[in-house]
Design a protein around this ligand. Structure first.
Ligand code: HEM
Length: 454
């Protein structure tokens, strides 16, 4: 008979400090820590940190078990408490029946027919971005490509889901989101923080960031309430929704949490994915050539349509492979509600279960030469054999990213239209150093030189 092993039997990294356990290593090494420990300890190990039980999983079958098969026993991990402080109780952080109802309300905004309607809008915004870049073309002057992509993805979310209601500059939003990300990461990294009421300088700045976010997003709601014409965007859908039992509309606070969540989740990740894709294509001119040939031959110089873009198979493979190499959401976490057993080990109730997407995407047992960019891996015949959860940039199960198709479509439009017009050479001095906060940003912005294609 199989006996269940105890949680304390799980292997763990050497601890340098009895009290802090692995906390300092984790904070210093971040992604590298997970990659190295998986090599040393295998697909399941515990990490010692004060006040929390943490187990790390990198076996696709066990990840599927947590996200899909037994998802009812898993809530969101401690990290989401910090995210909640800024984003509130929106789709990303809410749980249980409340989350289910909110998801049901928001889901229709992302249906295929709606995405087809948004396509035009994505093209229009990308056209504007192309115009902005044209000014730099052939000047030999390097542009801040990260910043341009940030503006583009922000404008796309704003115009497709909020009818351009979020009137703010890219710089302000970038600063707010970056600061919030840093504060969230600091809180995640440090389980020993002081009580909330102690007004440290960081706390004071956190409050200011929050106040500013509130100002931007509550005024979006106010403005919409004062309008008389009906819009058909996500904001209106959420505002018009009524509770089935009580007939009540969502409160302003709930609306603020939902729209801020979608606004933040909807642009940062896609911008990061696009930036890394241009970097990878510059590094791999042979792959860039295959892609450009496909775009030229299938689109024939025409503006893409929802149908024509779906015919660009290599483009989709490039996007998939880019998110394998640099998954914009590099880590996910859950917490057991009741005790469970994974791979024969008892996982007590309240244990944080960390799934480092980055590690799974670079597992040499599944992805040969995992650090090489090979879009062909995602050709239909090559992915057939792979476990579904050996690649999961958008998470999985009922909490799968609501914007996954939106993001893919947006990337397809941007990449195809940029490549129709330009050759984009990412600065050869760019060092692909990772800055793994909540998302996998590059440490420094990506600069590129732009050349008009003849
Ligand atoms: C490349 C782009 C994107 C990536 C890699 C990405 C990744 C993810 C991941 C991994 C999750 C699951 C988190 C978890 O289960 O703990 C998630 C959830 C979510 N994402 Fe995305 N995302 C992207 C784009 C978008 C876009 C464009 C939107 C909206 C316009 C969006 C909105 C959301 C929301 C609201 C959730 C929470 C869903 C729920 O729990 O019901 N994301 N995303």
């Amino acid at each position: 008979m199989l006996t269940t092993k105890k949680f304390t039997d799980l292997p763990h990294p050497n601890t340098l400090n009895v009290f802090l356990g692995n906390m300092m290593q984790l904070r210093k090494e971040r992604i590298h820590f997970f990659v190295e420990q998986q090599k040393k300890l295998g697909d399941i190990f515990q990490i010692k940190v004060p006040t929390r039980k943490v187990v790390v999983l990198s076996n696709p079958e066990w990840i599927k078990y947590v996200l899909v098969d037994n998802n009812k026993n898993y809530g969101k991990s401690f990290a989401y408490d910090s995210i909640k402080l800024f984003l509130g109780n929106g789709l990303l952080t809410s749980e249980g029946e409340f989350w289910k109802r909110q998801r049901r309300l928001a889901q229709p905004a992302f249906h295929k027919e709606k995405l087809n309607l948004m396509f035009r809008n994505m093209v229009e915004q990308t056209d504007k971005s192309v115009e902005r870049l044209e000014q730099f073309a052939d000047t030999n002057q390097a542009v801040n490509l990260s910043k341009e992509l940030y503006k583009l993805t922000l404008d796309i979310v704003n115009s497709t889901l909020f009818y351009n209601e979020v009137d703010n500059t890219t710089d302000t939003i970038y600063k707010l989101v970056s600061e919030a990300s840093e504060y969230i990461t600091k809180r995640i990294d440090n389980p020993l923080h002081l009580p909330e009421w102690i007004p440290t300088p960081t706390r004071r700045r956190e409050k200011e960031v929050l106040k500013y976010m509130d100002k931007v997003f509550f005024s979006v709601i106010d403005r919409r309430r004062q309008q008389h014409e009906q819009q058909e965007d996500l904001l209106s859908m959420l505002m018009d929704a009524r509770d089935e039992e009580t007939g009540e509309a969502m409160s302003n606070q709930q609306l603020r949490d939902e729209i801020l969540t979608i606004f933040v989740a909807g642009h940062e990740t896609t911008q990061i994915a696009l930036g890394w894709t241009f970097y990878l294509l510059t590094q791999n001119p042979d792959k860039l050539k295959i892609l450009t040939d496909e775009v030229d031959s299938k689109l024939n110089g025409e503006t893409p349509t929802p149908e024509s873009i779906r015919g660009l198979h290599y483009l989709k493979q490039v996007i998939d492979e880019s998110m394998r190499c640099f998954p914009p959401a590099w880590i996910m976490g859950r917490k057991t509600i009741e005790a469970d057993v994974i791979n024969g080990y008892e996982i007590p109730a309240g244990t944080n279960v960390i799934m480092p997407i980055y590690v799974v995407h670079h597992d040499e047992r599944v992805w040969e030469n995992a650090y090489e960019f090979q879009p062909e891996r995602f050709a239909m015949e090559n992915v057939k054999e792979k476990h579904k959860y050996s690649y999961f940039p958008f998470g999985g199960g009922p909490r799968l990213c609501i914007g996954n198709n939106f993001a893919i479509q947006e990337m397809q439009v941007c990449l195809a239209m940029f490549l129709q017009k330009f050759r984009i050479d990412v600065d050869e001095d760019f060092v692909p150093e990772l800055d793994p906060l909540v998302t996998l940003r590059p440490k420094n912005p990506i600069y590129a030189k732009i050349y008009k294609r003849k």
